[in-house]
Design a protein around this ligand. Structure first.
Ligand SMILES: [Zn+2]
Length: 256
């Protein structure tokens, strides 16, 4: 799932490369290409070769959705890139690991016009980590969500990197406010809005039920036992790397 790269063409200027680490989007304009997330290891080189040899373009701008290795680890394969758009917190995490690039920080939003088309790179909130960005193509109603959203695979929070499930709920709600019909999740297949709506509902019910249990004085263990969210069997546990119980326990700790 993570390692086989699958290509999806979205018109002549846009393609999505699913897998090989996190999903990537390639948008070509003139002789240049704008790429979101650069995969990891040799998949980064394959991504670059595809842009250079198949599309005949040069990667000039990269946007990193966050600092995780499977999304940003491939920067080594793009030494000539003019600009790497990144959230300040993600930049700090990368630089702490010795990663060097021509970083440009996006704390809230930057609007690019590439080949006449508007691309908004923005932080509507974080939650998967403490430094998440998305790319929004309003003219196409297309969103590149990074690991803030995982389609039907269910939400994924990384506690050690500043992830916060209560913030993820707020961020998911804000993503829903965007006029979006097609979404590139961090991993897995392209989706429409349906799993985003379901994920938001799941996170809200999670918060409400955990708040209710906490309000009644239940312990974390009792809450984890009692809050099952059985109505969300259509949402996965992020490839078995996450679980409902972990989410309940995270929310328990996150709520006042
Ligand atoms: Zn991640």
């Amino acid at each position: 799932m993570f390692l086989n790269v699958k290509r999806v063409e979205l018109g002549d200027r846009l393609r999505v490369l699913l897998g090989g680490g996190g999903n990537s989007l390639v948008f070509v304009h003139g002789q240049d290409a704008f790429v979101t997330d650069v995969k990891m290891g040799d998949y980064a080189l394959k991504l670059r070769r595809e842009v250079e040899e198949e599309l005949g373009r040069t990667v000039q701008r990269v946007m990193l959705t966050h600092a995780h290795f499977d999304h940003a680890g491939g920067l080594w394969a793009f030494p000539g890139v003019a600009v790497v758009l990144v959230h300040p917190t993600a930049r700090a995490r990368l630089e702490a690991k010795g990663v060097k690039a021509r970083f440009v920080e996006v704390e809230r939003e930057v609007e690019l016009v590439l080949g006449g088309e508007t691309v908004r790179v923005l932080n509507v909130g974080s939650g998967h980590t403490d430094g998440d960005l998305v790319a929004y193509f309003p003219g196409r109603k297309l969103l590149v969500a990074g690991d803030l959203f995982q389609g039907w695979h269910g939400p994924h929070v990384v506690d050690g990197d500043g992830g916060d499930i209560a913030r993820l709920e707020e961020t998911t709600r804000r993503l829903l406010e965007l006029d979006v019909e097609r979404i590139v999740p961090g991993h897995g297949e392209l989706t429409d809005r349906a799993p985003l709506i379901r994920t938001a509902a799941y996170l809200t019910e999670l918060r409400e039920r955990v708040a209710d249990a906490k309000g009644k004085g239940l312990s974390e263990d009792e809450t984890a036992k009692g809050v099952q969210l059985e109505g969300y069997a259509d949402l996965g546990d992020f490839f078995g790397l996450d679980s409902r119980e972990k989410n309940v326990r995270r929310m328990y700790k996150a709520l006042p």
